[in-house]
Design a protein around this ligand. Structure first.
Ligand SMILES: [Zn+2]
Length: 266
């Protein structure tokens, strides 16, 4: 079994402020360790379930957060951003048996996490995909669906767990914390880590095929920017239509085109 783990940081147990996920700030190293432990626990659960090969993508900010020595020997770690449109799931393809997401978070404009955002907290007010308001989980989960790779497990804030259960109730989720306004109410970190290990093991022991999403045959991406100048610039991308001063829409039958638009226009 070959498993892909994509790891973000805003949904790691206990995170409540941007300083805690920013490598330039003194609060960061504690949460860097917690992120590394949660990813390592997911790997350990996967190995118990029979994973022979595991790819981990560090998918937060600099993409250089996870402490490599925390990870088991079977793991290949992808650090940094290649510039490939698959972004948080770089190198994912049909040879993987399952996708696992760790530290994921609520989407832009939702109240599930003080750090809720989609792709860019500085530029984007909201993104929708096929008229459904989009999180990073939806955008990258749709790449997995192109390759028939099931999304079997998600850990992160309560809001993102609720969202994935709406998409597929058979995906196993682990809610690390619950956002209330500018605060979070979270599990004890060691307990959270142990539960991630157990639940990943369970998720990979069930019928994986039941967690494959249907892949639509056409896509409509709508982005509302914070600033009208970003919308104007994005509207210069081929086949992009300006909806109003702050919003653009881009359509394609190939989902790779959608992720390529995001690469250049977000
Ligand atoms: Zn992040």
């Amino acid at each position: 079994m070959k498993v892909y783990i994509s790891a973000d940081m805003e949904g790691v147990t206990g995170v409540a402020h941007w300083n805690e996920v920013d490598h330039n700030k003194p609060e960061y190293p504690y949460f860097q360790k917690q992120m590394s432990k949660e990813v390592a626990s997911a790997c350990e659960g996967a190995i118990i379930a029979g994973a022979k090969e595991i790819y981990v993508k560090d998918a937060h900010y600099s993409a250089r957060n996870i402490l490599p020595s925390y990870l088991p020997k079977k793991v290949k770690l992808i650090r940094g951003w290649s510039g490939h449109p698959y972004s948080m799931v770089q190198e994912l393809n049909s040879r993987f048996d399952a996708l696992v997401m760790i530290g994921y978070h609520s989407k832009a404009g939702s109240g599930g996490n003080p750090l809720a955002h989609t792709m860019s907290s500085a530029k984007i007010e909201r993104i929708s995909l096929n008229d459904r308001s989009a999180s990073e989980l939806l955008l990258h989960g749709t790449i997995a669906s192109k390759y028939h790779v099931p999304l079997v497990f998600v850990s992160g804030d309560f809001g993102i767990c609720k969202e994935v259960r709406r998409i597929n109730p058979l995906t196993i989720t682990h809610s690390t914390m619950h956002g209330v306004g500018d605060s979070t109410i979270s599990l004890q970190p060691e307990l959270s880590r142990l539960q991630i290990k157990k639940k990943v093991e369970k998720a990979l022991s069930l019928d994986l095929k039941l967690c494959i999403w249907a892949h639509p045959n056409k896509f409509k991406l709508e982005i509302r920017y914070m600033k009208h100048i970003d919308a104007y610039k994005a509207s210069q991308y081929p086949n992009t239509v300006m909806l109003n001063s702050k919003s653009v829409v881009y359509e394609s039958k190939d989902y790779d085109d959608i992720m390529r638009f995001i690469l250049f226009c977000v």
